[in-house]
Ligand binder design. Structure first.
Ligand SMILES: *Cc1c(COP(=O)(O)O)cnc(C)c1O
Length: 386
């Protein structure tokens, strides 16, 4: 049985007519960049997340870069972020000639370890970028409190977490100064190419985001500040507008798949006890820490279902041999990346991230997976450990 890590075709098939019609409408209009489709998407994302403002952009990476630019992050500034994330989180900081300052992660959630943040603050620190990794919120109360105390900006990297709620019910991306989302096809809300959006509740920041999206231009051909081309295509907006009303249903299916994994793995007797996050003896399942809080619905959207396992690389080989798609997110934390060698980070300062890089493994979780496929994955994994 083949079990791909992700298959986007069944999702497209389920809404094909509506998508095709929306695309043709844009083609007929010949209005391809920004314009009414993008404005409508921005409004719908505001309605959905509860953010006051939203600015459609060219990718999740550009959502982060534009946020930093709009907040005035520049050469010599320091920005605190987890060392364990997708490259863009740190890359955007370095591209502005600012300094990414790495912190270790929490062993349970893989999100930034909030106890580490304050130790990293210096007079040059300007911002914190928490990442809501795999689709679960970082500890925003603690992060906002440190930020207020030290007068720092908070830029939420919600690329994997659109529609995720924090424990108090607020949507991620509406808590910090800006929230950044990606519409890369493999995210829970994926376009037919690159795209992203920035949310904010601050009118002044919104204004800067909007003009810096178009080269800092206001009015036309007059530039007080330097921005870039960070525009979202109308075709992407049209596709995303068809998909957005389905998003909660798809995320619920991912949660249902996660529940099935839990049930099946528990029955194998291979699941480690919970005190064992750092050094799995066999299998550690991901923990949704805000589950069961006040009926919170989107406590986790499982953009990835990441287990931690002993003997990870051999298991990965075993699963690939059995045509099961799986992936390591991420094998190399930022402090070990060659391009960041100039920062002279001390490897021993990041024990949790280093262990996560050695033991983590993402399993297929996409909404249209069939029960037999999930059973097959669990069976092949238990086979490996027996
Ligand atoms: C996908 C991702 C990004 C970048 O988004 P793109 O749209 O691919 O540029 C940034 N941060 C995280 C955590 C991501 O997963």
């Amino acid at each position: 049985m083949k079990v791909p890590l992700l298959d986007l075709k069944p999702q497209y098939q389920s809404i094909k007519e509506e998508i095709d019609r929306a695309i043709m409408k844009v083609v007929e209009s010949q209005y391809f960049i920004l314009g009414p489709e993008v404005e409508a998407l921005e409004k719908e994302i505001c309605d959905y997340t509860g953010a006051k403002y939203a600015v459609g952009v060219s990718s999740g990476t550009d959502a982060l870069l534009l946020s930093l630019m709009a907040l005035g992050i520049k050469s010599g500034d320091e920005v605190i972020l987890p060392t364990y994330s997708f490259f863009a989180t740190a890359g955007v900081v370095a591209r502005l000639d600012a300094t990414p300052v790495f912190t270790d992660i929490d062993p349970v959630t893989f999100n930034i370890d909030v106890k580490e943040i304050e130790k990293k603050i210096t007079p040059k620190t300007k911002a914190i970028i928490p990442v809501h990794l795999y689709g679960q919120s970082a500890e925003m109360d603690e992060i906002m409190e440190v930020a207020r105390k030290h007068n720092l900006y908070v830029i939420e990297d919600g690329a994997q977490a659109i529609g995720v709620q924090y424990k108090d019910g607020r949507f991620v991306g509406t808590i910090g100064h800006t929230g950044c989302f990606s519409f890369f096809p493999s995210k829970n809300l994926g376009g037919f190419g690159d795209g992203g959006i920035v949310t904010t509740n601050d009118e002044e920041i919104y204004h800067r985001l909007k003009i810096m999206r178009v080269h800092g231009m206001e009015p036309k051909y007059y530039h007080k500040v330097i921005g870039g081309n960070f525009r979202l295509d109308a075709l992407q907006a049209a596709v995303l507008r068809v998909k957005l009303p389905h998003l909660d249903k798809w995320s619920e299916k991912r949660r249902a798949n996660a529940r099935l994994y839990y049930d099946l793995f528990e029955k194998t007797g291979l699941v480690d006890d919970k005190n064992n996050y750092l050094k799995p003896e066999k299998i550690i399942l991901p923990e949704a820490v805000y589950k069961n809080i006040n009926g919170l619905k989107n406590y986790h959207i499982y953009n990835q279902f990441v287990i931690r396992v002993a003997n990870r690389d051999a298991l990965l080989e075993h699963l690939k041999k059995n045509e099961i798609g799986c992936e390591v997110y991420y094998p190399v934390p930022f402090h070990r990346q060659e391009c960041f060698a100039y920062l002279n980070a001390v490897d021993g300062d990041y024990p949790v991230s280093n262990l996560a890089a050695e033991t983590s493994l993402a399993l297929p979780i996409y909404p249209e997976l069939k029960e037999e496929q999930i059973e097959f994955v669990v069976r092949k994994i238990s086979e490996f450990y027996r």
